[in-house]
Write a protein that binds this ligand. Structure first.
Ligand SMILES: [Zn+2]
Ligand SMILES: [Zn+2]
Length: 170
C-alpha cells in the first residue's frame, strides 16, 4: 500500500489525487487479511492529508469459545503525513517536535499500512465474539456450548428445582 506522492508534493496546497486500494495484507497484528476501499490525498501546507473509506477483513479469536473467525470492519482514515525530505531540493526538512503522526518515506512514497493498522486496532472490540449469542465454553465441563448442550448450570438455578428435576429424570 505504497503510493508515490512526489508529484503531489510539488503542487499547490489543496491539490488532490484519488486512489483506490484492494489487496491482501500480511504480517500485521491484529491479522488483517484484506483491505479494500478508496480515498484521496490532499496537499496541505506541511504534508499530505489522507481521507479514505476502507474495509478490512480481520481474523480474531472469539473471547468466549476461542474459535477463529473473520470480521469485516469499515474504517475511515483521516491522517496527515509529513515529508522528511524536500521533494525539490532533496534536503532534510525540520519536522515539528511535537509531531506524533505519520511520515512520508524519503523516496516520497506514502505507506497506508500504519494508518490502517491504527484505525483497525481502535475499531476492534476488546472482547470479540464470533456471534452475539455465542454460548462459549462451559467452565464446568469444558464443552463448547455452541455444539453441545450441557446442563451444568441449569441444575443449580435453585436446589429445590434440581431435586425435583432429579425425580422427574429418574
Ligand atoms: Zn464464540
Ligand atoms: Zn457444562
Amino acid at each position: 500500500m505504497n503510493y508515490n506522492v512526489a508529484q503531489l508534493l510539488k503542487e499547490p496546497i489543496g491539490s488532490q489525487r484519488a486512489f483506490t486500494v484492494g489487496e491482501p495484507y500480511a504480517d500485521l497484528e491484529p491479522p488483517v487479511e484484506y483491505v479494500a476501499g478508496a480515498g484521496r490525498f490532499v496537499r496541505t501546507h506541511q504534508g499530505v492529508w489522507v481521507e479514505a473509506d476502507v474495509s478490512v477483513t480481520v481474523m480474531q479469536d472469539c473471547s468466549r469459545c476461542l474459535a477463529d473467525f473473520n470480521r469485516t470492519l469499515d474504517l475511515e482514515l483521516d491522517e496527515e503525513y509529513l515529508p522528511q525530505v524536500d521533494v525539490r531540493t532533496g534536503h532534510r526538512l525540520d519536522v515539528p517536535e511535537d509531531w506524533d503522526g505519520l511520515y512520508i518515506a524519503d523516496d516520497h512514497t506514502l505507506n497506508l499500512t500504519e494508518a490502517v493498522r491504527q484505525s483497525a486496532i481502535a475499531a476492534l472490540p476488546l472482547k470479540p465474539l464470533c456471534r452475539p449469542e455465542c454460548g462459549g465454553i462451559c467452565d464446568r465441563c469444558g464443552r463448547d456450548r455452541n455444539q453441545f448442550k450441557c446442563d451444568c448450570y441449569e441444575l443449580d438455578i435453585d436446589p429445590r428445582w434440581a431435586a425435583l428435576r432429579a425425580l422427574i429424570v429418574d
